[in-house]
Structures are given as C-alpha cells and as structure tokens.
Design a protein around this ligand. Structure first.
Ligand code: NDP
Length: 288
C-alpha cells in the first residue's frame, strides 16, 4: 500500500461506521472509538483497531474523522484531548450549524489543530458510492493533504476558507429538501381525502417535481440580480394559485400548515406593492 495512513474515527453511529468501513476497505489503518462499547464489532472483524479512549484512538494519527451527534458532543470528546491533537488534521463530519463550525475552527486554531468542517450529502448506505457527496470548508492545506482519503467517502469538494461554508451549504440543501418533503405530505393528505393512495401520488410527483426543479436556475437569476421584473407568472398569479390550493385543502378537510408560510410570504410581497414581480421575490421576506 503506497499511501497507507492512520485514519482515526471518533464516533461509531451509523455514519461513523460507514466512514470507518470505507477507509478500511482502501487499506488504511483505522483505530476507532465510540462512547458506548460494542459498536465496533464488525469493523474490528474487518481490520479496524478497537480503542478504549479518544486519546488512544488519535495517537499516531494522520487524520482524525469526528462523526458524533452534535456540536456539544464534539466538544465533550475533543476538549480533553486538545493538546494531543496539536498538528493533527481534524475533519468534523458531525452536523453543526455554520456558527458552530466557525466556533469549532476557532477552538482548533487556538490549539494548533488543522481543522476542516464537512457537510455529508448522503445517508450511510451511500458512503463510498458514486452518489455520495461531501462538502468541506476550512483549512485548505488540510483538505489538500486529506483529499485522497476524503474521496473514499464520496466526492469531496472544498468550498473555501470560511469554516462555516460547508455547513451553510449542507443546511441550505436540507432546508430545500424538507420543504419539498413537507409539500409532498400535504399533497398526500389531500389525495388521501379523495381516496387516492400516496404510492400513486408519488408516481406522479417524481416526474412533476423533477421537471419543476429545472426552473431553479431561472429563479436564482432574479435573486442574484435583485431585479424581479417579469412578464410571466408574477406574484398576483401565484397568489391566486396559492389561495386556491389553500381553499382546496380546507375543502378536503385537511390542515394547511405546510402552505400557510408560503402564502404569507406571497401576501406580504403583494401587500407591499410587488404583485407584478416574480415569485422569487419572496426571498426578500426572509431577511432576519
Ligand atoms: P447516530 O445517532 O447513529 O450516532 C451518534 C453518535 O454520536 C454515536 O456514536 C453516539 O455514541 C455519539 N454521541 C452522541 N452524544 C455523544 C456524547 N455526548 N459524547 C460522545 N459520543 C456521543 O448518528 P449518525 O452516525 O447517523 O450521525 C452522526 C452525524 O452525522 C450527525 O451529526 C448526523 O447529523 C450526521 N449525518 C448523518 C446522516 C445520516 O443519514 N445518518 C447524513 C448526514 C449527516 P453512543 O453510541 O455512545 O450513543
């Protein structure tokens, strides 16, 4: 193995186990640690080294992968071993907010730790496969030296030196996904009241939503330019549509909680006199 490295993995939940497995399959030395014992049985059988403490797991490590529950758990595991991590590259793949990622990067800088933050755009089964993508930001030199290992998990893209950038992208993508899933739940509830099952709805929703996502670059042009003038489907048009969809939900006897905030954003822009402008203008109502 020309470039065998020691890749430590702290945290063996579903995702940590998948990451450790990918590093192992590529022939790296993989010491693993988890708070609760017994999560590393399969990994140890496959060649990972069981360790009883985080300090033992990171000893002699070239790269430390951290995949825990949340920001607080990262501090509770890393704080006691900060001195031992000096000059080691730490990659945090725990989901943290952009602010939390920046805080972790400051903490790492204060302890001479090279820090990268990552946002995993995949579920554990996808790790190591062609559809997995992981976004990184923070220490560019750490990314360059770790990239060969990081590519084992999924395509690895470095977004920039701001350690919060990967998390910002991660949560922006997840926000879009959750809003879409909630819209699907609303549609499924409506059709259920008409005696139509969710499976039949899903068959129609997939091609419809796929086609509709094709309009995102067009919507992005309005948002990036700040120029919302349009000759098609302005906010008056969209208000009429949303109002009718809300009425249809009420007719069906279902709650319209999913649509209420969308309707409110449209109504606000129309009330402010922007009814002739594009739907994308609702982003202006999302300033804090
Ligand atoms: P799991 O719930 O399966 O595992 C959580 C891990 O965190 C366990 O190893 C758990 O240890 C550990 N943990 C929790 N609290 C502490 C603590 N205070 N001190 C030490 N260890 C702690 O989650 P996943 O593995 O699925 O996810 C891990 C991270 O990856 C999360 O931030 C998640 O958002 C992110 N992620 C997960 C995805 C997924 O599809 N699963 C997708 C994208 C990102 P113990 O076994 O002792 O409880």
């Amino acid at each position: 193995m020309p470039d065998q490295r020691t890749v430590s993995v702290l945290g063996l939940g579903a995702m940590g186990r998948a990451l450790a497995g990918a590093a192992l399959r590529a022939g790296h030395r993989v010491p693993v640690w988890n708070r609760t014992a017994g999560k590393d049985t399969d990994l140890v059988t496959a060649g990972a080294r069981h360790t009883a403490t985080p300090a033992a797991a990171i000893s002699g490590s070239d790269l430390v992968i951290v995949c825990l529950l949340d920001h607080a758990s990262v501090h509770s595991v890393l704080d006691p071993i900060a001195a031992e991590l000096s000059d080691v590259a730490v990659v945090n793949l725990t989901s943290t907010t952009p602010g939390e990622s920046r805080e972790l990067a400051s903490w790492a800088r204060a302890h001479d730790i090279a820090f990268l933050d990552g946002g995993i755009m995949a579920v554990p089964d996808m790790i190591g496969g062609p559809a997995a993508s992981i976004l990184y930001s923070g220490d560019a030199a750490a990314f360059d030296s770790a990239q060969q290992v990081l590519e084992l998990f999924g395509s690895a893209e470095f977004l920039g030196a701001d350690p919060g950038l990967a998390a910002a992208h991660d949560f922006a993508l997840l926000a879009a996904m959750y809003a879409m899933f909630a819209g699907f739940a609303h549609g499924a509830a409506m059709l259920r009241s008409a005696g139509v099952g969710a499976a039949a709805f899903a068959e129609r929703a997939v091609p419809w939503l796929t086609a509709m996502t094709g309009s995102l670059p067009w919507q992005a042009q309005f948002i990036d330019s700040g120029d919302y003038r349009t000759s098609v489907q302005n906010l008056h048009f969209n208000k009429a549509a949303l109002d009718a969809i809300v009425r249809a939900g009420r007719e069906a006897g279902i709650a319209v909680d999913v649509l209420r905030p969308v309707k409110a954003l449209i109504d606000e822009q129309v009330a402010d006199g922007y009814g002739e402008q594009a739907f994308a203008r609702i982003v202006e109502g999302l300033r804090g």
